[in-house]
Design a protein. Structure first.
Length: 336
């Protein structure tokens, strides 16, 4: 397991000053979320890069003296910022950066969503989590055409199927230590599962780090097609479900790194001729982050890197995908 934050203090460590602790330590949201819950993961894991999770929408208001500076630092989004959304595929203009399929193995865009009027995952009771699952599964069951599929509850899935889905990047990994310490793995695997369509180009994770992780993916580098499918699926789901959203912070998520668009647009790209440092430098210049082949906190296997937008708040969905497109073009220009 690689250290996600070598040599650095977490944003929590930087911003949880004695004064902030004193001002917030006795506060509690209507759903019973306290400061100690918000900081639990970062305290248990000093190697965290961020270290905080919100238990509900109100956490972002009540604990703002701690969370706002962390949000500002990660997203470059100040307290006066206002998030706007643009999911219109007609605005995208990001032609396939690798039409011959020489470098880009696959493209995946996901957004996180949580249901309005429930606590977020860290504060859900077992019963509420089951209600969330039932509500989401009912909505998914009515999707039609290429978005129609089946829901597979985790507790029914045999070990080999689970391992295969994880290895092929379709399913979340289990036992993340940061989520564990945040209380997000309570009652595991109860009320967790995955929905996917026939050819696994549209998938929804239920009750992992967020209540929904909505994913559009496919082999190759057709960003426009992947984005268009995601936007269409989101439109369908918005007609069936009401998602937690704030005027200022956009879509609400348990981890502040995912606020706003809650979107991570990524490609898996094979770059055998470029040193990792160079890849990270080019990606960084384009506002992108580099992860290993198996996502966050993993290493690159066979020179395949996961490259994605870092910022999710204060940027539109269209801009996030354009940023990815420009960065991938720059990487491929160096790779050949
Ligand atoms: N809590 C972990 C940390 O602070 C992960 C943060 C970002 N990743 C995530 N999946 N939310 O290092």
């Amino acid at each position: 397991m690689t250290n996600p934050n070598p040599g650095g203090a977490s944003l929590l460590a930087k911003h949880l000053t004695p004064a902030v602790w004193e001002a917030l330590k006795d506060k509690e949201t209507r759903y019973g979320v306290r400061l100690i819950d918000v900081v639990a993961s970062g305290l248990a894991h000093p190697e965290s890069s961020i270290g905080v999770y919100a238990g509900d929408e109100e956490s972002y208001e009540l604990f703002a003296p701690l969370l706002d500076p962390i949000i500002a630092k990660y997203h470059g989004f100040g307290p006066d910022g206002r998030h706007t959304s643009d999911l219109d595929p007609a605005h995208l203009d990001a032609p396939n950066p690798d039409p011959e399929g020489r470098y880009v193995v696959s493209t995946r865009i996901r957004v996180a969503r949580n249901l309005c009027c429930f606590p977020l995952g860290p504060a859900l009771t077992r019963r509420e989590r089951r209600i969330v699952e039932a509500t989401v599964v009912r909505a998914l069951a009515s999707l039609e055409g290429d978005l129609s599929g089946r829901y597979y509850p985790l507790y029914e899935m045999d070990h080999a199927t689970k391992e295969r889905l994880i290895a092929n990047h379709f399913l979340f990994k289990e036992g993340d230590r940061f989520l564990e310490a945040a209380g997000l793995n309570r009652d595991w695997p109860d009320a967790r599962g995955i929905f996917h369509n026939e050819n696994k180009t549209f998938l929804v994770w239920v009750n992992e780090e967020d209540q929904l992780r909505i994913i559009s993916m496919q082999p190759g580098a057709d960003l426009e097609e992947v984005f268009a499918r995601l936007a269409r699926a989101l439109g369908e789901l918005e007609r069936r479900l009401t998602f937690a959203r704030s005027e200022r912070l956009g879509y609400l998520t348990s981890c502040p790194t995912n606020l706003g668009t809650a979107m991570r647009a990524s490609v898996h790209v094979r770059l055998p001729r470029l040193p990792e440092e160079k890849i990270k430098a080019i990606a960084g210049d384009h506002g992108l982050q580099v992860r290993g082949t198996h996502g966050e906190h993993s290493d690159a296997e066979g020179d395949v890197y996961d490259v994605s937008n870092k910022r999710r708040l204060g940027i539109t969905e269209v801009e996030a995908v354009r940023q990815l497109s420009a960065g991938v073009r720059a990487l491929l220009a160096e790779a050949s």
